[in-house]
Every structure is written in C-alpha cells, then in structure tokens.
Design a protein around this ligand. Structure first.
Ligand code: PLP
Length: 401
C-alpha cells in the first residue's frame, strides 16, 4: 500500500498483510544501520548478532508459552514453517508405519499443496470436514485416527478467510490418544487471540512476521523439544537454528519479530478490545444501513479482527474494485487466491453454493484502524452494493425488453 499525502486509504486487508509496528521498523532500521555481524562468527560483532537473535527467540518463546527458547526455530515465514512441519515428519512417519497426514479441509494452501509431495513418499493427505461455521468435525477426526495410520494431524488455529477458531486442545487430546503428533498453523491467530502452546497441547505451531507487524520474510516454527529428534530439516547447510534450519539468519527481521512479540505480549488484551470495538462499529453501521449482507461464521468462536460477509447476487471482485476506487482495501477470500475466479475452498467446504462463495468478501481490521474508518467503509460498502445491484437490475430489464 502506498499512500500519497492527499489521499487517505482505509486499509482493511490486514489478514493479507499488516503494516509494520513502528517500534519493530525502528529496531530493524537501527540494526541494519549499526550492525554487521554474522551470528555464527566468534568475534564481538558476531556475538552481538547472536545475542540479538537469542533475545528475539526468548521473546517469541515467551509469547507462545514455549518451555524452552530452543523450541523456536526462525524461518522465512508461515509457508516455510508449514512446509517444515509437514514434510519434515515424512522420515519419522515412514519408519513408524504411519502413512497418513490428516488436515482440515480449510487449511491454507501452504498445507494443502503439500499433498503431491507427500504422495511421492507414500504418505496420503486425508481431510477432516468442517460444518457451516467452519468448525472441524471431531467425530470424523476420531474415526480417521482409529485406523492407527495417522502420524500427524494439522489443523489451523484460526481460519484466514472467515476467522473461525478451532478447539485445538480437544483435537490434540484426541490425536495424542492415537499416537499422532499435532501441528497447528497459527499464522492468523497469533496477535489476535491468546496463543499458548501448553494450553493448546500442540507439538508444532507456525507463525508469520508480516501478519502481526514484523517484516515480510520472517516467521517461526515452534517444535516441542521431544519432537525435535524426529523432525528432518527442509534446508540443509550450516548448523544454524539448532541444526534444524540452515542458512545465515535474517537478523534484522528476527530482531523486528522479537520486538513485535514483546509488544503483543504486553498489549494483547488492549488490542483485542480494539479489534472488538472496530468489528462492532463496522457491523452495526452495516446493518443499520442495509439488510443485504450476511456475516459468515458469526455463531462460532472466531477472531475479532476478521469479518466475512456474503452478499447475495453480487460478485465479490466487483465490490472490491469499486471499494478500491473509493480508497478502501478489502479482499475476496485469502490474498493467495485473489485473482483466482474459482470459489474459495474454505467457503465451499463450509457448504456454500458457488454463488454465495463468489459473493463473499473479507474485511480484516488492524491496530491502526479507527472507528471512523470502519464506519466510513461500511457506508461505502452499502453504496457500492446498491450501485452494483441497480446495474444488474438495469441489465435484466434490457435483456427482458
Ligand atoms: N497460513 C495462513 C493461515 C495464512 O493466512 C498464510 C498467509 O496468508 C500463510 C499460512 C502463509 O504465510 P506467509 O505469507 O508468511 O508465507
């Protein structure tokens, strides 16, 4: 997003990416301006870089409740963390007679698109369905676990399109009972709900820097100490990241992520109140102005910063373009599937028809949004929906005449 001084962009696509937290940006700039050391070097500059990475690791570990900082492996982002968690388990699974990875049908493509690679290793990806609120079916999970062939269960903590939060502690309890490890993609959850690996009882957890106010190109995979001996690295080379992810560390980005982790830990309750008040203000303005929209996943436990709306008879892309012309940034489903005219796999898994799915938009709030902005966005949304609908009606009249 680039903003010229005279135009005010209302950015409501924070689930795609979110602006850097000023404190994180300053820490990165400061690091890049002053420091040169490689964390693997023995001299003082190297020691300083090593300490900066170690401090950031402590901050991330503390944010997610890890028992040891050694459980935090820095990566290039959510996609790499997800890939590492799934593909890294192949050797363990093969040598332990497990041939199935269970995932929910609404996972991000960073998980779902690993199916072919797993298959080449003789491991099948099987899916756990969700209900109309995007909640995973625990009975199907249990049935599939009863085969005793499942080595890993991967279910996202919160969905990136509709914001539904899954009951990970129940999922973990079941999976562990049948001897399967549990990974959760918490890329959307961290910073938007309290995330504690002990409470969730997960073995691995992915997070991404650019979704929470750190920079692009940094993320982390939490790997429980007991599991580390089984997880094979994806990237081999030097012994960085406890031998689990080779390559010279992206120190500046890691420093930024550490600052963000500290800020989230300090401010989470305040931030959640802010997201809730934005969401309430947006939905109230929307419903007062129009009965045309329908919020999805509104009954289930969901993130306060994501609102998914279905607008009958309207293509989401048309809305997005008109909103964009009014300087409001929204999304139609996840950023990664934007530009793709196929209906979202998440919305179809929730039982929506193609028509409902292609008429669904995602509004996602950030810390810098104000109530005035979200109310204005609701007004513009109603104006543009009405505009499109009257255009359709005009078109119909012409067709009929
Ligand atoms: N997982 C989820 C749930 C996401 O929303 C995203 C990004 O949209 C990713 C994984 C990928 O994260 P990254 O962009 O850091 O690779």
């Amino acid at each position: 997003m680039s903003v010229s001084p005279e135009e005010h962009i209302i950015y409501l696509d924070h689930a795609a990416t979110t602006p850097m937290l000023p404190e994180a940006r300053d820490a990165m700039i400061c690091w890049m301006g002053r420091n040169v050391g490689n964390p693997s070097s023995l001299h003082s500059a190297g020691r300083e870089a090593r300490k900066a990475v170690a401090d950031a690791r402590d901050s991330v570990a503390s944010l997610i409740g890890a028992t040891s900082c050694k459980e935090v492996i820095f990566t290039s982002g959510g996609t790499e963390s997800d890939n590492m968690a799934i593909l890294g388990m192949i050797p363990y699974m093969k040598s332990n007679g497990k041939d199935t990875v269970l995932v929910s049908s609404v996972e991000h493509h960073a998980i779902l698109n690993l199916r072919d690679t797993l298959e080449k290793s003789g491991i099948e990806m099987k899916y756990i369905p969700v209900n109309h609120e995007c909640v995973v079916d625990l009975e199907v999970l249990r049935e599939k676990l009863e085969t005793n062939r499942v080595g890993l269960v991967s279910v996202m903590l919160a969905n990136n399109e509709v914001g539904t939060i899954q009951d990970l502690s129940a999922i973990s309890e079941l999976a562990h009972k049948y001897g399967a490890f549990v990974h959760t993609d918490a890329v959307q959850a961290v910073g938007h709900m309290n995330v504690d690996v002990q409470t969730l009882n997960v073995d691995m957890l992915s997070l991404s820097g650019h979704k929470i106010g750190a920079s692009d190109g940094v993320g982390a995979l939490y790997v429980k100490l007991d599991l580390q001996k089984y997880l094979q690295p994806l990237i081999n080379g030097g012994g960085q990241e406890f031998g689990m992810r080779a390559g010279t560390e992206n120190v500046a980005a890691i420093v930024g992520l550490g600052v963000v982790a500290n800020q989230i830990k300090r401010n989470i309750n305040h931030n959640l109140l802010h997201y809730n008040s934005l969401r309430d203000a947006f939905l109230q303005a929307l419903y007062e102005l129009s009965a045309l929209t329908q919020e999805n996943a509104c009954y289930a436990n969901h993130l306060p910063n994501i609102v998914s709306l279905s607008i009958p008879g309207v293509m989401a892309e048309s809305i997005l373009l008109l909103m964009d012309a009014d300087n409001v940034c929204l999304s139609a489903g996840s950023a990664c599937s934007a530009g793709n005219l196929e209906p979202s796999h998440v919305l179809t898994a929730m039982g929506m028809t193609t028509e409902q799915a292609v008429g669904t938009i995602r509004v996602s709030f950030g810390l810098t949004n104000t109530k005035e902005e979200v109310v204005r966005a609701a007004e513009l949304l109603v104006k543009n929906i009405e505009r499109i609908q009257s255009m359709y009606n005009e078109g119909k009249k012409v067709d009929e005449s």
